[in-house]
Design a protein around this ligand. Structure first.
Ligand code: OGA
Ligand code: NI
Length: 400
């Protein structure tokens, strides 16, 4: 037997053992004292964090660009300055696809406890976390690693726990029971988050010009001039209908854990992606790492304690017929600190079709996106590399 013939089965055995190890996630690897990033996690040079995008020659000069995202004060949105705040909201959604939400009304204690119990979840022994491992996309609870661990060629430096929050009575019995207070804290957080999301959707619809802002005055005038007000009533019914759909909409909570990485310049915590859904409400701890693509550069979002980073998802880009942008973002890792984030992704019920709002389309604003549903998204995730912003691109009508 030639040496080569002896080598190859051994080699493949070795590879599959490693592959099996990687499926256990990066926290597990970190706990075992890893000193170098394994090949499986090393990005091609052009995709590494310090490369300047859209430059003729790719350069490796580190660029640290911190950007102050537009800040939306939720309390102000509920007060006499609503109109001005809605304008800022619209500006942020068009030009950044992101904003920081402060004074949102969810008590600090609930926010802090959620991050705290998430940390404690990831600190449990692997044998405890492993119980929730699943690669089934429809499972109500899913512990895993990387971005899409069955498809990713290169793995990323993240472990996650995904909790499906709707309908809660059906999904809750599957959520982790340890740490002992996990369920209680996560349920409270999920409910508060949903309520805040619904208030935000109302503001977003209004910022798109879909709501009759002067409802009260017009209703008083109704008796005098019935005909003119029919449109306004239609608008209100339309808004009510959409809000009702969202009340029964999908909600996914993703707890992300990014352990320290021995060579953070070679890999990413999450590759560039846009979020599938209508809006994402992200709580990040005090460790920075989130970057968004803004004016052709990657810029770092400074954490503001107690706030949410809110971003436009693919569904809102489609619904707004491209006015609001679902922007690419990614996560950097570092060699010193653990980072925890909790992302809440909200959208319409899975069975619904997402399409541009008929009220935002006319001859001067032709429809730009095709109908979209969850089945077509799942098909897309299975079939190709979901780390590029291809999904939303695939939903656009060919403009040529
Ligand atoms: C996400 C995401 C960013 C972060 O979960 O989709 O983009 O900072 N998270 O963890
Ligand atoms: Ni995201």
């Amino acid at each position: 037997m030639s040496p080569a013939m002896v080598m190859s089965p051994k080699q493949s055995n070795y590879d599959s053992t490693l592959e099996f190890q990687y499926q256990k996630g990066v926290k597990h690897m970190y706990e075992n004292g890893i000193e170098h990033v394994p090949n499986k996690y090393i990005l091609p040079a052009s995709e590494r964090p310090n490369v300047v995008i859209n430059s003729e020659k790719s350069s490796h000069v580190p660029q640290i660009i911190n950007v102050q995202l537009p800040i939306i004060d939720f309390a102000q949105l509920q007060g006499p300055n609503r109109t001005e705040v809605l304008e800022s909201l619209s500006y942020a959604c068009q030009n950044y696809g992101f904003f920081q939400l402060v004074n949102h009304g969810i008590p600090d204690e609930i926010m802090n406890e959620m991050v705290n119990v998430s940390k404690r979840f990831f600190e449990m022994p692997f044998s405890e976390r492993e119980k929730y491992m699943s690669t089934d996309m429809s499972s109500p609870v899913r512990y895993g690693t990387s971005f899409n661990q069955t498809n990713d060629g290169v793995f990323c430096w993240r472990d996650f726990l995904k909790l499906s929050c709707h309908p809660l009575p059906e999904t809750l019995p599957y959520w982790p029971t340890s740490p002992l207070d996990f369920r209680q804290l996560a349920v409270t957080y999920a409910k508060e988050n949903k309520y805040l999301f619904l208030m935000l959707v109302e503001a977003i619809l209004e910022s798109l010009g879909l709501k009759n802002k002067e409802k009260k005055t017009k209703l008083v005038a109704k008796n005098d001039d019935d005909e003119n007000n029919d449109d306004d009533d239609d608008d209100d019914d339309y808004i009510e209908e959409i809000l009702k759909e969202f009340e029964d909409g999908s909600q996914l909570m993703v707890v992300n854990c990014y352990p320290p990485c021995p060579e953070p310049d070679l890999t990413l915590g999450m590759p560039p992606h846009s979020d599938y859904g209508f809006l994402t409400l992200l709580q990040q701890d005090e460790v920075k790492g989130l970057q968004i693509q803004h004016q052709d550069k990657w810029v770092t979002i400074q954490p503001i304690p107690g706030s949410f980073v809110v971003n436009v998802g693919d569904h809102l880009e489609i619904f707004s017929n491209g006015k609001y942008k679902s922007v690419l973002h990614r996560v950097l890792v570092n060699s010193m600190k653990h980072r925890i984030s909790v992302a809440s992704l909200h959208s319409l019920p899975f069975a619904n079709t997402v399409r541009p709002s008929p009220k935002l389309i006319d001859e001067t604003n032709p429809r730009l996106y095709k109908d979209t549903d969850f089945a077509s998204f799942l098909q897309y995730v299975k079939s190709c590399d979901s780390t590029k912003k291809n999904f939303i691109e695939s939903r656009k009508f060919d403009q040529s």
